[in-house]
Design a protein around this ligand. Structure first.
Ligand SMILES: Cc1cc2nc3c(=O)[nH]c(=O)nc-3n(C[C@H](O)[C@H](O)[C@H](O)COP(=O)(O)OP(=O)(O)OC[C@H]3O[C@@H](n4cnc5c(N)ncnc54)[C@H](O)[C@@H]3O)c2cc1C
Length: 209
């Protein structure tokens, strides 16, 4: 499949990208391209222009600012996995990046692209939500939701198998689950509970060392 014709612009700075966006309101930003290009090839998305932000130096990389860690929008999964700062301070982000797609996707896909694309099946929204990250962005959305009922059920409890099972049984509460050709609403609720239980058990095992 080939995408519909589009113009291509490469921005070398954040102000230049913003200016190009203002000049081309029907354009889309291009980061790793691993969500956008498949959608364009299927003609699910037909932007008039692409503004490539993948080479803007200011948008890439991880920075330890003392009281917080700043992750640039075009930082790739591979860079997150390799970053000593991330591995030491936010190991969840390194681990979550390591399970995304395959080597090609991890080499090109970016955390900013994943958050902006906001696919409900994507790994990054849940990871940044769990880490209580602040996102400095315009127009980004997240479909991930904090499992507050599970957190409340766990608060003050010893991390026993029973406590984990009880807490995980609340994991699908308040979620806006959708049924589609891949899975029914009920199945997704069930999966949410099962995966939450496994994730909690794994987190407890990791904390115990
Ligand atoms: C084979 C395959 C397997 C995959 N497996 C997984 C998986 O297991 N888990 C997972 O989570 N994801 C998976 N993905 C998706 C992958 O993680 C994408 O890389 C990611 O969702 C989008 O990041 P990107 O940098 O490629 O964004 P792009 O495709 O370049 O852009 C995606 C969207 O975000 C917008 N955008 C990009 N950057 C910004 C920005 N800085 N500010 C505002 N808007 C922006 C674009 O305009 C576009 O609309 C897979 C993809 C493929 C092709």
């Amino acid at each position: 499949m080939y995408p519909a014709a589009f113009d291509y612009y490469r921005a070398s700075s954040i102000p230049e990208a913003i200016k190009l966006l203002q000049e081309h309101p029907d354009a889309k930003l291009l980061a790793g391209g691993h969500s956008l290009l498949p959608a364009m090839k299927l003609r699910l998305s037909e932007p008039a222009a692409l503004i490539d932000i993948s080479r803007i130096a200011d948008l890439a990389g991880v920075q330890d600012a003392g009281d917080r860690i700043i992750v640039g929008a075009t930082t790739t999964y591979w860079q997150l996995m390799q970053s000593e700062v991330i591995r030491q301070s936010l190991p969840l982000l390194a681990e979550a990046s390591g399970v995304v797609g395959d080597i090609q996707v991890r080499n090109r896909g970016t955390i900013g692209g994943a958050l902006a694309h906001a696919d409900p099946a994507s790994d990054m929204p849940a990871a940044v939500l769990a880490l209580d990250a602040s996102i400095k962005a315009v127009g980004a959305g997240t479909y991930a939701k904090r499992a507050s009922a599970t957190e409340q059920a766990l608060a003050g409890q010893a991390a026993s198998d029973q406590a984990i099972e009880r807490a995980a049984s609340h994991a699908a509460e308040g979620l806006d689950l959708n049924g589609d050709i891949f899975a029914s609403e009920e199945y997704r609720a069930h999966l949410t509970r099962v995966l939450t239980q496994r994730a909690l058990a794994r987190a407890v095992a990791a904390a115990r060392g």
